[in-house]
Design a protein around this ligand. Structure first.
Ligand code: MIC
Ligand code: SF4
Length: 643
């Protein structure tokens, strides 16, 4: 039996476990990336591990999220990350050099390699044939130190792409179609492998758009083959030597299979407030638009920007619409400027922002009250834009440009002939904003600069035999990490200050949660299905830990968040019978006994709802390694004990 793409990469990187579905496996990690909103914590954790120099082939620290700098906090974090990176062998991509995933694709990604990043959209690298995965900062710190990265051996879903996209339809419409079919929980525990004759018609940035939004499916990763298109992209980036061909074996066996006929796709939009609430744009033409945002790690490539510029060229943006443009990288930005397309965008009335995440994470450009914002981004969770009642639609660049002109949600094919864009044979290569680390002999003397906003990482205590605590919050299905630990301009500056951050925990769901938890001293959270979907931010576990949360009881968990809970020493338990979710209410007093057996492999634990006088079976679905981590009170304690 042959191997799929993912199986080939896993086989080459396997350092622990067996490749049987569902088994926990440890992988050697070739490359890591961090961004600044998760990076400070990741490097504090790396420092706590006491390792001098990273052991990976390439580790890069990007500054792209926290660039508003409305106070000293962001700039202090940048300085900390720059100095800690230099000392420990990590390349530093300066603010202004671009969004981590776009820059990594352009300059560092390599087919066949493994990449772990402290950002959920790290799978963007799958566009280049990498096995790229998002993780919490602590897991990235361990990988930087040469430790394995652990995942459950995924189920492998083959999506076969046939035919060719019609004019005005783009890669974003492909992944929106996948989201429509599979939903935001359809990818949990799976890797999506794209194959078929349609793949050859997709450029690397288009493949990256699709792989990027596999994160919205909850998938562990998404991956494309590495073929002649990959070679041409790497050559145009001046690094053809990084190419290696990678295709699945002809007799590879997949766990699931689906087919998408690219020629049948029409422009699609994900409607408020979920990336899987997908409808044809043509059915939404009554929706009046207030704002259009173009950019983010999903759609900020040169081709995306050139398409938008060509559609807006010589025209004026609708008087009621405000348009932002954030190019994905300095490379994209300069090439847009050099070919005159930037001037076309400015002339049409676009507001050009720096090449960072910007509006995608609520760092400015929040829509008006109840405003409709049409974005080429990947997440439209309620409140994420910074405006609680905004209505955010996710679309491809062509649709976004059409909306900018008409002021309504507009199927771009109604604009007539699609613009033809030509991509240059070679990209403009200028890596001066990527600073190499100190030489090993200088590293000992190198100073790390820490600002006053940087506070210690909270660490859990060893697990006790029984847990008695009240339910401090009960929430429903699909709770995102944006609900648990919101981001945005007011909160993000405090990513390295957990005590300050704690006042915002669940703020949009229940503004009293934080003070209630502080008063109680300890507690549990009850949740529905897919708890913790969305970002990789470990703050969504570290802040609840700081607030005394000892266990989360859910119908099911999203992958990265579950790993982050375990790393923080918080028990992630599921209901043996999902309907038992209804038998627990907020404020109920609960107890769980028998936790001394956690490392014995016991999977079922009995919860007593003392308020209702009933018992409920719970399941701990964890590997032996994870059980030992929980027993030690988290991964930091566990790693120290290992030494
Ligand atoms: C996001 O898109 O939600 C973020 C901000 O990039 C996060 C990381 C973070 O919270 O810092 C992610 O996707 O992991
Ligand atoms: Fe940045 Fe948005 Fe991409 Fe997250 S999803 S990395 S905030 S651009």
């Amino acid at each position: 039996m042959g191997y799929t793409l993912v199986q080939k990469i896993i086989k080459d990187h396997l350092v622990d476990g067996e490749m049987a579905p569902g088994n926990e496996i440890g992988l050697k990690i070739d490359q890591t990336l961090t961004q600044d909103a998760t990076g400070t914590m990741a490097y504090l954790e790396f420092e706590a591990m006491g390792i001098d120099r990273v052991k990976t082939e390439r580790s890069v620290a990007y500054i792209d999220h926290n660039t508003l700098q409305s106070g000293f906090e962001n700039a202090d974090d940048h300085k900390y990350i720059q100095t800690v990176a230099a000392k420990h062998g990590i390349y530093f991509s300066k603010p202004g050099n671009g969004i981590c995933h776009q820059v990594h694709l352009e300059r560092f990604g390599k087919p066949g390699k493994t990449l772990v990043g402290s950002d959920s959209h790290t799978p963007t690298g799958g566009g280049l044939g990498m096995l790229a995965m998002g993780a919490g900062g602590l897991d990235v710190a361990v990988a930087m130190g040469g430790g394995a990265y652990y995942i459950n051996m995924p189920r492998i879903v083959n999506i076969e792409l046939t035919g060719k996209l019609s004019p005005w339809v783009s890669a974003k419409d492909i992944i929106l179609e996948v989201l429509r079919r599979l939903t935001v929980k359809g990818g949990v525990g799976k890797v999506i492998e794209y194959t078929g004759d349609g793949v050859a018609s997709l450029s690397i940035p288009e493949r990256a758009t699709i792989a990027n939004m596999g994160a919205e499916l909850g998938a562990t990763s998404s991956i494309f083959p590495s073929d002649e298109v990959t070679r041409a992209f790497l050559k145009a980036q001046g690094r053809e030597e990084d190419f290696m061909p990678l295709v699945p074996d002809a007799d590879a066996v997949y766990d699931e299979h689906d087919t998408i006929d690219l020629s049948a796709l029409r422009p699609l939009a994900a409607c408020p407030h979920s990336p899987d609430n997908v409808h044809p744009v043509s059915e939404l033409s009554h929706v009046k638009v207030d704002q259009v945002c173009i950019g983010s790690c999903t759609n900020s490539s040169l081709a995306d920007m050139l398409k938008v510029a060509a559609i807006l060229k010589g025209k004026t943006i609708h008087p009621d619409v405000s348009v932002s443009i954030s190019p994905g990288s300095k490379q994209v930005f300069r090439m847009l400027a050099d070919c005159g397309a930037l001037s076309d965008l400015i002339a049409a009335g676009a507001r050009v922002l720096e090449c960072t995440c910007g509006p995608c994470i609520g760092m400015g450009f929040s829509p008006s009250s109840k405003g409709v914002s049409v974005r080429t981004f990947n997440r439209n969770f309620e409140g994420r834009s910074g405006t609680a009642d905004a209505q955010v639609y996710l679309v491809g660049p062509e649709t976004a440009a059409a909306c900018a002109l008409t002021g309504y949600l507009t199927d771009p094919s109604t604009l007539g002939q699609a613009p033809e864009i030509t991509l240059p044979e070679n990209f403009l290569i200028d890596d001066r904003m990527v600073l190499p680390p100190c030489a090993p002999e200088e590293a000992r003397e190198a100073q790390v600069v820490r600002g006053p906003n940087i506070k210690p990482v909270p660490v859990g205590g060893p697990l006790s035999q029984s847990l008695c605590a009240d339910v401090l919050l009960k929430v429903g299905d699909n709770i995102t990490t944006d609900h648990i630990m919101p981001a945005g301009a007011k909160v993000l500056p405090y990513r390295s200050n957990i005590p300050h951050l704690s006042q915002f925990c669940f703020y949009q769901v229940d503004p009293e949660f934080s003070s209630r938890a502080k008063q109680a001293g300890k507690g549990m959270i009850v949740a529905g299905a897919n708890y913790g979907q969305g970002s990789s931010r470990e703050h969504a576990a570290l802040v609840p830990l700081y607030l005394g949360i000892r266990a989360v009881l859910a119908v099911s968990f999203a992958r990265i968040h579950k790993a982050n809970l375990i790393n923080a020493g918080i028990l992630p338990l599921t209901f043996a019978n999902p309907e038992d979710y209804d038998r627990i209410a907020e404020n109920n007093a609960l107890s769980i006994d028998g936790l001394e057996d956690i490392t014995s492999g016991k999977t079922e634990f009995i919860l007593t709802n003392r308020t209702k006088g009933i018992q409920i079976p719970l399941v701990l679905d964890c590997s032996e390694r994870q059980r030992r981590i929980l027993q030690a009170g988290g991964l930091l304690g566990y790693t120290k004990n290992q030494k």
